[in-house]
Design a protein around this ligand. Structure first.
Ligand code: ASC
Length: 150
């Protein structure tokens, strides 16, 4: 129970600490922030993918730990695409700012699948992890294909 409460507090703090892009002092800070979050996502999503695809041995504790990180960070990048953060050292395409509703929808699609993946990764079942990984990866790719320079 204590642990649950601590988790709830951490999640609440993460969700309220940075409500708007305007809170970044410089556009460059927002760009770094979202890139850092994507780096963590890639690392831990990649770890789950390796297990799901048989490239690494399945380890339930590692999967659960990857899931914790993903749960905390997977929506953070989307606070950091504010106005003026389209220029500079970024692979973000102008479409993000031109098609904001579509970009938001893409983030929500990922959120939905990621939420299922997090549950699957914590279930202790490799089969569940395998089933949830592909659909989540598709939502990553769909967004990258349209909104990221490669
Ligand atoms: C990853 C990673 C991505 C996605 C994407 C899915 O592991 O870093 O960006 O998966 O390649 O297609």
């Amino acid at each position: 129970m204590k642990k649950l409460l601590a988790t709830a507090l951490v999640v609440t703090a993460a969700a309220t600490a940075l409500p708007a892009a305007a809170q970044f002092a410089k556009p460059e800070d927002a760009i770094k922030y979202r890139q850092a979050a994507f780096t963590l996502m890639g690392r831990h999503f990649g770890s789950l993918g390796a297990m799901a695809n048989g490239k690494a041995p399945y380890n339930a504790a590692t999967a659960a730990s990857d899931a914790d990180v993903l749960a905390a960070v997977h929506m953070l990048p989307f606070r950091a695409f504010g106005e003026g953060t389209d220029l500079g050292k970024t692979d973000a395409k102008p479409e993000i700012w031109k098609e904001q509703a579509k970009f938001k929808q893409a983030s929500e699609n990922m959120d939905g699948e990621m939420t299922k993946l997090v549950a699957a990764a914590k279930s202790g079942s490799l089969d569940q992890l395998k089933a949830a990984f592909g659909p989540t990866a598709k939502t990553c790719k769909a967004c990258h294909d349209h909104f990221r320079k490669d």
